[in-house]
Write a protein that binds this ligand. Structure first.
Ligand code: SAM
Length: 265
């Protein structure tokens, strides 16, 4: 197949195609994965391979590429014959199929329109993933890594931090892409927590986070007024958190314990 990497880029906005033109940014994303060779590596949205090149150079044991664009999936198949290309929507990727114990590493310059729901599913269902390093809109990066107590902290922050240790690694300006995005970007790293540190009932936690952050300015006692007040008071005492607090004050662990207190049978 013809080498099309140097042709003018016809990016599809509907697929969030902002291609990286800075080799240094691609190299730093790959470096964040700390690959030494022989790892299981998955890339979301390889596009024309700006980041794939650095991943392939580490000689992974498996290289799995998930690309929705048919044309780009074909391009990747021909450029990386050793890789497994899945021409599919990453939003329906079966995260459970990544075997625990293989220590999967995930990389991606994510399409910004799907970044938050994709990360929500990946961190909670990808038990086989040890580490992920992805680029997102900077505003989303700030929410992912936000500590409790501030405006950026919300359901997404508490959720991802319940499954992984999250760190914003570096910011990237629009000039590093073609076409240029309207907003700044940032690279975020997720190191998976140990199994026994993760929520034992993720569905209960998700339900509580949705309820609480729909009314983030209200006090807990008002938001949860229809639930068992005795359980709520006993959680409040054990946790040392007043029911007059607002959701943004609660740590991920406090949410997990509150979800058990309220929703256990
Ligand atoms: N990795 C390339 C780079 O850095 O130049 C491309 C990054 S571009 C921001 C996002 C890539 O994700 C595009 O290749 C796009 O076609 C692909 N993509 C968009 N939506 C997708 C989806 N739902 N599932 C899988 N890939 C998707």
């Amino acid at each position: 197949m013809k080498d099309r990497r140097n042709e003018p880029l016809r990016a599809k906005r509907s697929l969030g195609q902002n291609f990286l033109t800075s080799p240094d940014v691609s190299r730093r994303i790959a470096a964040g994965l700390d690959l030494s060779g022989g790892e299981y590596v998955l890339e979301i949205g390889p596009g024309r391979g700006a980041l794939t090149r650095w991943l392939a150079e580490s000689h992974p044991k498996r290289l799995l590429l998930v690309e929705k664009d048919d044309e780009l999936a074909r391009l990747m198949t021909s450029e990386y014959p050793g890789a497994e290309v899945r021409n599919m929507d990453a939003l329906i990727f079966p995260w459970e199929s990544l075997a625990p114990g293989a220590g999967w590493r995930v990389a991606g310059n994510l399409p910004y329109n799907i970044a938050s729901p994709l990360i929500w599913e990946m961190v909670s269902r990808g038990a086989g993933i040890d580490r992920a390093v992805v680029m997102v809109q900077e505003e989303v990066a700030d929410r992912l890594a936000a500590p409790p107590g501030g405006r950026a902290y919300g359901a997404l922050s508490a959720w991802v931090q319940s499954f992984s240790e999250v760190k914003k690694l570096f910011s990237v300006s629009p000039g590093a892409f073609r076409p240029r995005p309207k907003v700044r970007s940032a690279v975020v790293r997720f190191n998976s927590l140990q199994k026994d540190e993760k929520p034992s009932d993720p569905a209960a936690l998700a339900r509580l986070l949705h309820i609480c952050f729909q009314s983030r300015r209200k006090q807990l006692k008002r938001i949860l007024k229809n639930y068992d007040i005795l359980r709520l008071e006993s959680w409040s005492k054990a946790e040392g958190v007043a029911l007059t607090e607002r959701p943004e004050q609660l740590s991920p662990k406090a949410f997990q314990r509150l979800s058990h207190a309220l929703f256990r049978p």
